[in-house]
Design a protein around this ligand. Structure first.
Ligand code: GDP
Ligand code: ZN
Length: 315
């Protein structure tokens, strides 16, 4: 038996994982059942996972993953079709939730989902608002202020002019950082301004990284410098939160907490209960209506999720 070596998963395609070990990379398959997960996940190994591998003595550059170490964080999303959650990235400290002021349109409720998923998975969310050179509409500015009031970090930038890129560099330096966002927000352009050597293709959704045919749908880890790593995820259109119940959700809306003790029912979910102090705060304008809309949409999505995840107990 070959010795076990520690490594980190850089990416995986069709169940073959590229693992960085010491000074080389091994193409690995999963061996045995050592990777069974507690929760319903359809991918046992994700980018960023720390693993133990053994090299294949008969095949240069190949090996097997025999164990996965416990994750310090994990970014997960719910996959409706598969009725299971997907781990997008493991062991990262920050989630850069990339948005654009316009073109494609600013989608704040989509960013809310990313922020919440970061917090569920133990990552610190950072909102990165790109394309500021196009101007920032008052509605966008107002919504950004709400995140700031809730103590989320927001960085405004322009990959085009370079404004704000040094603020971003300062925040990510020394961390493992996941970049996520809708296609077209400028994620590749931003990564290129952080590291021109990456030469990511801009303005094209497919064929990035020259990863061959099956290239459109997986994340990849890149070293930016000695102690900073980036996990670039493919552009996404939708994002379903996973891993919490309807009852947990209000805890992810910090602006509800000053009011919720005043609700008539201590178990109030702030949906349609009488005497709901959160809804009164909304009516008075103390809670931003779009944030409340975000809450209600997520609340409704989570009921589907719970049906899939827990069976009938929660439905
Ligand atoms: P990705 O799909 O998120 O990786 O986005 P890309 O980096 O491929 O950029 C999508 C389009 O937005 C391209 O046409 C870029 O030139 C453009 N773009 C990216 N960043 C900026 C920016 O800061 N300002 C403006 N005006 N356009 C940008
Ligand atoms: Zn209430």
């Amino acid at each position: 038996m070959m010795p076990e070596i520690s490594g980190q998963v850089l990416y995986g395609i069709n169940n073959i994982y590229t693992v960085a070990v010491a000074d080389k990379k091994l193409q690995c398959r999963i061996k045995g059942k050592v990777l069974k997960t507690k929760k319903r996940q359809y991918n046992p190994i994700a980018v960023g996972d720390l693993v133990e591998v053994v090299a294949d003595p008969f095949s240069q550059g190949k090996g097997w993953i025999i164990r996965r170490k416990e994750r310090s964080s994990s970014l997960e999303r719910w996959n409706k079709k598969r009725r299971a959650c997907q781990v997008l990235a493991a062991n990262a400290e920050l989630l850069i939730c990339t948005a654009s002021t316009s073109n494609p349109p600013f989608r704040p409720r989509f960013i809310d989902r990313l922020i919440i998923s970061a917090e569920i998975g133990g990552l610190i969310p950072v909102v990165l608002l790109n394309k500021c050179d196009l101007g920032v509409e008052p509605v966008v500015r107002e919504r950004v202020e709400v995140w700031k009031k809730n103590s989320y970090r927001v960085i405004s930038c322009s990959a085009l002019t370079g404004k704000g890129i040094s603020d971003l560099e300062e925040v990510i330096n020394g961390n493992t950082v996941v970049f996520i966002g809708q296609s077209g927000v400028g994620k590749s352009s931003i990564l290129n301004s952080l590291e021109p050597e990456l030469k990511l293709k801009v303005g094209e959704i497919s064929s990035k990284y020259d990863r061959g045919i099956h290239t459109t749908n997986f994340a990849v880890m890149i070293s930016l410098n000695k102690n900073t790593r980036i996990i670039d995820t493919p552009g996404i259109r939708e994002f379903e939160v996973s891993g919490i119940t309807q009852r947990d959700l209000h805890g992810f809306f910090p602006e509800f907490s000053p009011w919720s003790a005043g609700c008539a029912y201590s178990s109030c979910l702030h949906i349609d209960e009488p005497g709901c102090a959160v809804k009164h705060a909304l009516e008075r304008g103390d809670i931003h209506p779009d944030r409340y809309r975000s809450y209600v949409r997520l609340f409704n999505d989570l009921s589907d999720f719970q049906k899939g995840f827990y069976g009938s107990a929660y439905s």
